[in-house]
Ligand binder design. Structure first.
Ligand code: BTN
Length: 267
């Protein structure tokens, strides 16, 4: 069944123990749902979260300035604008928290996934979903509130031509592609909102153990690269309470911030 706001609201009402107050907008086509919500939340007059789902994006944004490619019906592409009564500096671990929500939800549905630091969702070692977090200050609360725009792209079906365009192999999930998309979206939103409330009240420290249980490269040798250059090599030990990667380098353990660093398992 294709996505529609009424069916999504009713799936959410059935699933969520507490009602989720949420504005839902679905569009056939847009450039980027993240770009749209970044623009829209500048004029927001309430702190109610907004979900924007697009069947097709013509200029999907990925991390580190990359493009995010998907095909209509072959992916879920959506962004959630969430108001935090916190300054942006308190949101450093948020992208990892979102990764926990998406991965736990998919595992519950029966898709075996893991997390690659900071927040790629992997299936059989290939990327199944990506998360792009953007933020801007909110003027709706005095004392440092922030709108977080949480963009999520989840591959369902990847035709060969699209994989060629992406330029490397990625994962798909034919099992998810067969699900009612309203049910899938509602399940993702339900887990996501629970995790966002936990993050708001207790920070990433309350979620770091859950992230570490999903870690794809625990105790494995990895390279951390920035702009194609290897910055660190070591043994990945999972994340700390603020979401930094703990890396054993020789006899030392260093903690690395995400920034634009990419992680690659060593051959
Ligand atoms: C990544 O590079 O891993 C992040 C990809 C995020 C893609 C999603 S699709 C919905 C939302 N809108 C965008 O333009 N990007 C995010």
């Amino acid at each position: 069944m294709s996505l529609n706001a009424e069916a999504l609201h009713s799936a959410l009402r059935r699933m969520a123990p507490e009602p989720i107050d949420l504005i839902i907008d679905l569009v056939q086509e847009t450039g980027s749902t993240n770009a749209d919500l970044m623009q829209r939340m500048r004029q927001a007059s309430s702190t109610c979260p907004v979900l924007l789902v697009a069947e097709r994006q013509t200029a999907g944004r990925g991390r580190a300035g990359r493009q995010w490619w998907s095909e209509p019906g072959g992916a879920l592409t959506f962004s959630l604008a969430w108001h935090f009564p916190l300054p942006a500096s308190a949101l450093l671990g948020l992208p990892l928290a979102v990764g926990v929500a998406i991965a736990e939800c998919l595992q519950t549905i029966g898709v075996p996934v893991q997390l690659k630091w900071p927040n790629d969702v992997l299936k059989e070692g290939k990327k199944l979903a990506g998360i792009l977090l953007e933020s801007q200050p909110s003027s709706l609360l005095a004392g440092g509130a922030t709108w977080a725009i949480i963009g999520i792209g989840l591959n369902l079906r990847i035709p060969d031509a699209l994989e060629a365009q992406i330029g490397h192999t990625v994962a798909d999930a034919p099992w998810l592609a067969q699900m009612d998309r309203n049910e899938l979206m509602a399940a993702l939103l339900q887990r996501l909102t629970q995790v966002l409330w936990t993050f708001e009240q207790a920070g990433f420290a309350a979620l770091s153990d859950r992230w570490n249980r999903l870690h794809a490269y625990q105790q494995q040798s990895v390279n951390l690269t920035e702009a194609g250059e290897v910055k660190h090599q070591g043994l990945a030990l999972g994340v700390d309470e603020v979401g930094r990667l703990r890396l054993q380098v020789g006899d030392d353990v260093i903690c690395v911030h995400a920034g634009d660093v990419s992680l690659r398992p060593m051959a």
